[in-house]
Design a protein around this ligand. Structure first.
Ligand SMILES: [Zn+2]
Length: 490
């Protein structure tokens, strides 16, 4: 961990992401059933309990008879579930590789559920024989590409890894961060490739935000690190990754990344429910198929730990779901140069001498007045007063005023006649449409296992556990990998 980031990390405890998951409907129902009975009328309560008990008994008898009747049908039908074998209680031994290898694949904007839009036999194969987050992977807030990709590889929330938006301004120097800024000063924390190289191992990155940043022990070597170029065909990227497995075994990188811009690219243009998305998803599946075939040809498919993720989801946006800052003028004028980003993450830094709390108060007065169109779908906060589950305060790079928009709404400076529909992401990470996928497949992942949703800051510890190297301090939980991976010894 670089000295510049250790100080901001010091007070931070590891945050188990499972706690971030909202209670499932089942949990909510259960707690309603057990907590709702009043204790004031105990005799009525016990009568009610007896009636409920007898009813349950009757229902159980009926259910058991029905079950008996259906048992024959059930057992005579071939089972479609994945058979777990005794070897699944421990990690399966490597056949052709000398040591564990992790291939981390990102399909940008692969919203959870897209896997059902088209036949996806190859992703389906990884899911059936691997471990899947059953209700998707939870991105970090803001649910944007750069903050999330860098959280995946550092285990840190954006406030701690420094990439707090796809573009932002350093409040001290006035320097602008953009998605092509490769100066190490922006990129805090220790990404997986740096951890890997620190332990004398090799990493090979076919694109990932931050991969070109020369920092710590990572030199972005030409052979194993590609300068980002979105026009490189996806097939060529897959072929290059496969070629790493043709190296002498001691030279095969133990950590590899592979990045695809789709289906995010289409999602922005046409929204998540257009046939173009279906086609893009089918294409990603074909690429996964090409990758699997290449690994099988080399005899290493069962040896490689493949982790397939996205960075965030996607939601449809359309005209009419707009909020214009100029409509707040009766309460407060918000000049465009106060606004660092509009939508879906509204971030405002007023100049010196303007009190952020006054700005928040006046904006919210306007929004709640009923006189600003769609005002009820935006609420602004001092960053310190944002819900703590967003972890979006502990960096001076985060502007003092942050707006949270309801899913699908957008903020703009001025009204206009644009009538366009498309897709967006960046909203609250509790919004289900912002979720993406997680699939793990390989010797250390149980076959056919479903795990609850978790935040992507857990992936750093998962990878270092598979590689069996110590990791840098981060916001993930140290116990998370044990809850997912097969132990290496009985
Ligand atoms: Zn995007």
């Amino acid at each position: 961990m670089g000295s510049d980031s250790s100080s901001i990390l010091a007070p931070k405890k590891p945050v188990p992401a499972q706690e971030e998951d909202p209670p499932s409907p089942t949990t909510a129902l259960l707690s309603f059933n057990t907590d709702s009975t009043s204790s004031s009328d105990s005799s009525r309560k016990s009568t009610a309990t007896t009636v409920v008990f007898i009813s349950l008994l009757l229902v159980t008898c009926v259910a058991l008879s029905a079950a008996g009747a259906f048992a024959f049908l059930f057992f005579s039908t071939p089972k479609t579930t994945i058979q777990t074998t005794s070897s699944d209680s421990v990690a399966r031994p490597l056949r052709n590789l000398d040591r564990p290898v992790v291939l981390l694949i990102s399909s940008d904007g692969f919203r959870f559920g897209y896997q059902f839009k088209a036949p996806t036999p190859n992703i389906g194969r990884l899911i059936a024989n691997g471990t899947e987050a059953e209700t998707g992977l939870i991105p970090v807030f803001p649910t944007l590409t750069f903050p999330n990709h860098y959280s995946i590889v550092t285990g840190l929330y954006p406030a701690y890894h420094g990439i707090i938006n796809n573009h932002f301004v350093d409040p001290y120097t006035g320097d602008h961060f953009t998605m092509s800024s490769h100066e190490p000063k922006w990129w805090l924390g220790e990404p997986l490739w740096e951890t890997v190289v620190n332990h004398g191992l090799k990493a090979a990155l076919y694109f990932w935000p931050g991969s070109e940043v020369i920092k710590g022990s990572w030199t972005c070597p030409e052979k194993f690190c590609h300068q980002y170029n979105g026009s490189v065909p996806f097939e060529e990227r897959v072929d290059s990754v496969l070629q790493y497995f043709d190296l002498p075994s001691s030279e095969i990188p133990v950590f590899m990344t592979l990045y695809f811009e789709d289906p995010d690219h289409q999602g922005h243009k046409v929204g998540p429910d257009d046939p173009q998305i279906t086609e893009a998803v089918a294409n990603i599946d074909r690429l996964i198929g090409k990758l699997i075939a290449g690994l099988e040809k080399r005899g290493v498919f069962e040896d490689v730990n493949i982790i397939l993720v996205g960075d965030h989801g996607m939601v449809g946006t359309c005209d009419k779901k707009l909020i214009f800052l100029e409509n707040l003028a009766p309460w407060i004028e918000i000049p465009a140069d106060w606004v660092q980003s509009y939508t879906p993450l509204l971030a405002i830094r007023p100049p010196q001498g303007v009190e952020p709390s006054d700005v928040v108060k006046k904006i919210n007065e306007g929004l709640k007045s009923g006189k600003v169109e769609n005002g009820e779908y935006l609420r602004v906060y001092l960053k310190e007063e944002l819900p703590s589950r967003l972890h979006y305060a502990a960096s001076d790079r985060i502007p003092p005023i942050i707006g949270l928009l309801e899913e699908g709404f957008k903020v703009e400076q001025k009204g206009n006649d644009k009538k366009e529909c498309g897709g967006a992401h960046g909203y609250d990470n509790a919004v289900f449409s912002m979720r993406t996928i997680f699939v793990g497949h390989g010797p250390q992942f149980p076959r056919g296992k479903k795990i609850p949703s978790f935040e992507n800051v857990q992936i750093y510890n998962l990878v270092t556990s598979i590689l069996n190297i110590p990791g840098a301090p981060n916001n993930g939980s140290l116990s998370f990998p044990k809850s997912v991976l097969l132990p290496s010894t009985p």
